[in-house]
Design a binder for this molecule. Structure first.
Ligand code: ZN
Ligand code: ZN
Length: 309
């Protein structure tokens, strides 16, 4: 079974507190790491989890509020000091490149490794990364400055070979790839067609994770995240601060839960907690009244998405 998990490295909003760092998460899909946002303190959290920086190849930044990227330059610099030479792909708002360039210019340094920058835009959702297994697309959010979320989605998986049936029908090796793709097997000598379903088993379902960074309550993301397995949605405030949430382009716990409900998510995790909340039970209870299957995206917690048929 391949892994699909999300490790929470930071759950605070605007500024760090004693126990909570600003936003950062590490997605692990089949032992490939993807870092989402990089608030202050991300490096030490990664170290605490014994995540080797050289295993990071893709970093996704949602927007340019400091609580989502102020740890990035430090991380890029550490990678340089560790002697990295392999490519690093960075996805984020276009101006992020300027910020990094200006830092490098005034520190009179240049990175030893290629930093490949992929600008994101907020006109419409787009696929920004894909490999054989997954696809990452942006989610257009409604924040004070341009901001995207990220949807990680496994591609459709190949059908599983049924070894017993393969042996029984003496299927040759050359036909296996076609069977995985769903093709029927045609016996060479007799031209007899053996249906794919007789020789293969249903593949596991494709899993998905939606990271909804800073945003006002917005239904416009619902269609693109419908039936998502795991949904992270910011919940900076409780509902009695709805006015404040609206003014600051943030969401309440109730609103996050409402999005999860409308999107028919399987599990909702909430984070980006205002530092006015020392205890978070109120936020959780509030979300649960609307969407029962909610958990707090607490620092250092890991959310696994199990494979199902
Ligand atoms: Zn924020
Ligand atoms: Zn923000």
């Amino acid at each position: 079974m391949t892994k699909f998990s999300v490790l929470i490295l930071g759950s605070a909003s605007a500024s760090p507190t004693l126990n909570r760092n600003p936003t950062s998460q590490l997605v692990n899909i089949n032992e490939q790491y993807y870092l989402i946002d990089c608030g202050e303190g991300t490096q030490s959290r990664l170290r605490a989890h014994k995540i080797k920086f050289q295993r990071l190849h893709h970093i996704f930044i949602s927007h340019l509020h400091g609580d989502h990227y102020l740890g990035l330059i430090g991380l890029l610099q550490t990678m340089h000091l560790l002697g990295r030479t392999i490519d690093l792909h960075l996805y984020g708002p276009p101006q992020l490149k300027e910020i990094i360039d200006i830092h490098l210019k005034y520190s009179q340094s240049s990175l030893r490794y290629p930093l490949i920058f992929h600008p994101t835009q907020t006109n419409s959702s787009e696929t920004i990364f894909e490999n054989e297994q997954i696809e990452v697309s942006t989610l257009i959010l409604n924040h004070r400055i341009p901001c995207t979320g990220f949807l990680f989605k496994e591609k459709n998986k190949p059908r599983k070979i049924n070894p017993k049936a393969i042996a029984q029908h003496c299927v040759p090796k050359y036909a296996i790839n076609g069977l995985k793709k769903g093709e029927d097997y045609i016996v060479f000598d007799t031209q007899k067609v053996i249906k794919n379903e007789e020789l293969t088993l249903k593949p596991a379902k494709s899993r998905s994770y939606a990271f909804c960074s800073d945003t006002k309550y917005s239904q416009s993301i619902v269609p693109i995240i419908t039936n998502v397995d795991l949904l992270y949605h910011e919940a900076t405030f409780m509902q009695n601060e709805e006015k404040r949430a609206k003014e600051t382009y943030h969401s309440t716990a109730s609103q996050a839960a409402q999005v999860a409900l409308e999107a028919k998510a399987k599990l909702l995790i909430i984070g980006h907690f205002s530092n006015r909340y020392l205890k978070l039970d109120g936020l959780l209870a509030e979300a649960k009244t609307i969407f029962e299957n909610t958990e707090l995206a607490l620092e250092n917690s890991i959310f696994e998405i199990e494979e199902t048929q």
